[in-house]
Design a protein around this ligand. Structure first.
Ligand SMILES: Cc1ncc(C[n+]2csc(CCOP(=O)(O)OP(=O)(O)O)c2C)c(N)n1
Ligand SMILES: [Mg+2]
Length: 402
């Protein structure tokens, strides 16, 4: 549906606003840009008040979403939020080394995750617990990464979901290379088996060279990759408006592929736009950049204290745009779900939380020698020596080496 013309030539009259609002004098002096408004270009199908708004371009991508399917998306979001809150609590209880909260980004992730087909490949950063859920990964399988006992507890090939990447932006290169491979191997353009790749990264990651390089390579090789940027307004303590002079999705124009901004707190819009973008890629029209405009409602990680750098009224304003609440209101107002449904989901969330806790408390400590045994595929004399020394050292303690 997209043509290069559409994206590379500005519309008469200036086209989409370069910035969502005029910066104030103070912002100009501080070098800030007003990118923190959603702007008129935002694709939204469900308002924060739970009203369904018609969208001639994107409605057709969610035609199949009736009451039952919307209830399913609601359930997904409630369950991943609950697992996320439990992960946070487990870190506070000393069970995990760190936790990276997804709070507030449920709609962006569930919409994108449910748009993926089994044959597609996904590359997450470290906050994509919602996408992991959609790829059939149990929340328990995420714990080990944050306990520091496994690099990844799932088989990336089986789930078509790469291990978490902590190095900012790096997965964009991996995903672009993977998508180039999909094209070279002829996996693009032949329905119903055509494949695409989707890669997840943050607003801050767009300042990394890896992301720029990924965009360039994907563009010149027409790689079937959807770049899914969750603009949660913050890169740790750095606000988005300090990182870009224009809304992030507009950067795509410079690379020659479509960029689109979606309300990342609207699960329906995220699903519709992601389906469109993946379809573009599977049929050979990739790549596509999606900017999901959302908000990180919790700290960057459990090691961070956001009260040091942002005001609480910002969080209060975003609470009114809560991704789960708007779906609940919509379901209730339109008689699409009975009170029993909400009770049932609540019950399921409680069960999930208690299973997650029990699993975490019973996780075995890996043997100390594994630090050495998984470095090289074959033996290494220097490492063997270090291992022997270390195990002898541990054996000197009461209880010995584990
Ligand atoms: C290459 C690299 N540089 C710096 C860091 C430290 N770091 C960890 S998270 C982060 C901010 C990322 O922000 P964003 O891309 O917006 O993602 P978010 O955490 O908001 O989801 C930084 C700078 C890192 N992990 N990797
Ligand atoms: Mg961010």
């Amino acid at each position: 549906m997209s043509s290069p013309e559409q994206w590379t030539h500005p519309e008469p009259g200036g086209g989409p606003a370069a910035t969502a609002a005029q910066p104030t004098k103070e912002q100009v002096l501080a070098g800030l840009r007003a990118t923190n408004e959603g702007g008129a270009e935002l694709v939204e199908l469900l308002t924060p008040e739970g009203e369904r708004v018609a969208n001639p371009e994107f409605d057709k991508y969610v035609e199949d979403i009736g009451a039952e399917e919307l209830c399913g998306l609601y359930r997904d979001m409630v369950l991943v939020r609950r697992a996320d809150r439990e992960g946070n609590a487990l870190q506070r209880q000393g069970q995990l080394g760190i936790w990276v909260p997804l709070l507030g980004q449920e709609a962006a992730q569930i919409g994108a995750g449910r748009a993926l087909k089994p044959q597609d490949m996904a590359f997450p950063s470290y906050r994509e617990h919602g996408v992991a859920w959609c790829r059939g990964i149990r929340p328990e399988q995420i714990l080990a990464t944050f306990r520091g006992t496994e690099h990844s507890e799932w088989d990336p090939a089986e789930h078509r979901f790469h291990p978490y990447t902590i190095v900012i932006g790096n997965q964009v290169l991996n995903a672009t290379g993977y998508a180039m491979g999909q094209r070279f191997e002829g996996k693009v353009g032949h329905e119903p088996d055509a494949e695409a790749t989707m890669v997840f990264f943050g607003d801050g990651a767009t300042s990394q060279g890896d992301v720029h390089e990924g965009f360039v390579w994907a563009a010149v090789y027409d790689a079937p990759v959807v770049f899914f940027c969750q603009n949660n307004q913050w890169a740790i303590s750095e606000p988005t408006e300090r990182q870009s002079r224009l809304p992030l999705y507009q950067r795509a124009r410079g690379y020659g592929f479509p960029g689109i901004r979606v309300d990342g707190n609207d699960v329906l819009a995220s699903l519709a736009v992601s389906r469109w973008a993946l379809e573009e890629c599977r049929s050979g029209n990739g790549p596509v950049l999606i900017e999901a405009f959302t908000y990180r409602m919790d700290a960057h990680t459990t090691s961070d204290d956001p009260t040091r750098y942002r005001l609480s009224d910002e969080l209060e304003a975003w609470k009114l745009k809560d991704p789960i609440e708007r779906v609940r209101v919509h379901l209730v107002r339109n008689g699409m779900a009975e009170p029993e449904f909400f009770d049932q989901v609540q019950l399921e969330a409680d069960e999930l939380a208690s299973e997650l806790r029990a699993y975490c408390f019973n996780m075995p400590d890996p043997p100390a020698e594994r630090i050495f045994s998984q470095v090289y595929a074959e033996g290494n004399p220097l490492l063997d020596k270090q291992r022997d020394e270390y195990l002898a050292y541990l054996a000197g303690f009461e209880g010995g080496a584990h």
